[in-house]
Design a protein around this ligand. Sequence first.
Ligand code: MRU
Length: 329
Amino acid sequence: MNAFESLGLKHDGRALWVLDQTQLPDAEVWLDGSDPAVMVGLIKRLAVRGAPLIGVAAAASLATFAHRGASASEYAAACAALRAARPTAVNLMWAMDRMKAASTPVTEAQAIFEEDVRLCEGMAIRGAALIQDGEGILTHCNTGGLATAGIGTALGVIRRAHEQGKHIHVYADETRPLLQGGRLTTWELQKLGIPSTLITDSMAALLMRDGKVQRVLVGADRVAANGDFANKVGTYGVAVQARYHGVPFHPVAPFSTVDLACPNGAAIPIELRDATEVRGYGKLRWAPEAMPTWNPSFDVTPVDLVTSLVLDRSVYSASALKAGALAKS
Ligand code: MRU
């Protein structure tokens, strides 16, 4: 395989490595994800995460497995196991369906990686054009280079606006329960030198009331045909707050996140995760051990709360989405 490298994924020609996102920002530890059975575990425990990246990483693991001589039946079983590793981000299913149909898995995985880099550029160009000088921008979860093979979705847009010299200030939601905003988005923002402030999720409404937020940019894990979309839990609440305060709200996603087979948000499968993630974090537990919890990893934001959807190839208003623009594109 040809070597390739992104912020959270790299192939040295022999093995595939993923940056263990559970250890950021304190330690940069690369784990071998060449074996698809290992990659399934890395995806499940969010060592590798973000809708586009899990598709790219799963494809690269499968290609490495094929390159090392996996039989057709071993390849098919690994493909099915990877496809089922997490249920909400459709990029994983999209990438695995491509790998299943591919006659040359190595070439296909490399094409998926390179395509994702280009899709990020498309979103960045279109999204950055919306951003005005001086804006405060709120974002949720992590949607940057750690979540994609390229510069990111929502965070890629923010990065491009910053590189264009626009004076922006980013407010990063910490993103309970697994703190992708607090641990990962902050890490990326500091590396990029983008002026930014970390807030807890419960502070976003107050920040909007105080006039500090002129735009909200978030990613998506699956966009339904009518424009409803699933993203990290908490996104729906941010969208409600943005509407109340008259703040424009934009999901940013590549076409590989659009699922035309889902007519609306109600059809999007939502991952439910372990109670321990709500009762505490890591080794720290603050709730009683047997406390019942509810831990949906994603929520669905209805298209009515969307100002526009930034895709790699176009920007769609909520009214265009409701009129079926995605199906026609
Ligand atoms: O559970 P995660 O960390 O994989 O969730 C990630 C998100 O919800 C992102 O916002 C989404 O994947 C879009 S980012 C490219």
